[in-house]
Design a protein around this ligand. Structure first.
Ligand code: FMN
Length: 177
């Protein structure tokens, strides 16, 4: 069961949870969740939007590109360290995160990407626009710290890969009960 929410009442909570690690879910060939610590919630083109930053080598990137959508799952209290360890350090290319992290996948309401019961605050998002960050346009200190060119793109943390910035319309916002 889901309970529709007034998104504006939760933007502060979502912004607060983001740096601790929330989940971006995709449902291309299978359901997969990856931890994200960067993102923006707000208004673009007169729509409620969520903006996600996904590095080139993440399994998640190909999944978003294939389906044009994702969901975002946010904990009510605090992120679960076990979920963070698996979904933030292992790739859906190599493992089934639903089994390994013990995720309970719940039927989506409007799109085709489910949310999860463990992080019940859910946003269903339809991608409107994507673009790559041009590293040459960044201040040097950010480029060096966030995009170290001697670190392979397969590394789960900062590496040489740029981010694709996905701006997505929040089509549904609800809490899984
Ligand atoms: C706290 C935390 C925040 C993260 N934030 C991001 C992010 O915003 N963007 C990103 O591309 N990767 C981020 N990652 C790394 C991915 O979660 C990690 O590489 C994951 O294994 C990718 O999964 P996938 O290959 O199944 O897509 C973060 C990891 C952690 C632990």
């Amino acid at each position: 069961m889901t309970e529709k929410i007034n998104l504006m009442e939760y933007t502060g909570h979502i912004a607060n949870m983001l740096p601790k690690g929330i989940l971006l879910n995709t449902n291309a060939d299978k359901f997969n969740s990856m931890v994200i610590g960067w993102g923006n919630i707000g208004t673009t083109w007169n729509m409620s939007t969520f903006v996600a930053y996904v590095r080139e080598n993440r399994y998640t990137k190909g999944c978003i590109d294939k389906t044009g959508e994702f969901s975002v799952s946010i904990p009510i209290d605090a992120p679960d360290p076990d979920i963070n360890k698996i979904c933030g350090w292992k790739s859906g290319r190599d493992i089934d995160k639903v089994n390994e992290a013990g995720l309970t996948v719940c039927e989506p309401v409007a799109l085709n990407t489910p949310g999860i019961k463990e992080y019940p605050l859910t946003l269903e998002c339809r991608v409107l626009h994507k673009c790559e960050i041009d590293l040459s346009q960044l201040p040097e200190e950010i480029r060096e710290k966030m995009y170290p060119q001697d670190v392979e793109g397969t590394y789960p943390m900062a590496n040489r890969d740029t981010h694709t910035v996905y701006t997505a319309q929040i089509v549904e916002a609800y809490i899984i009960k």
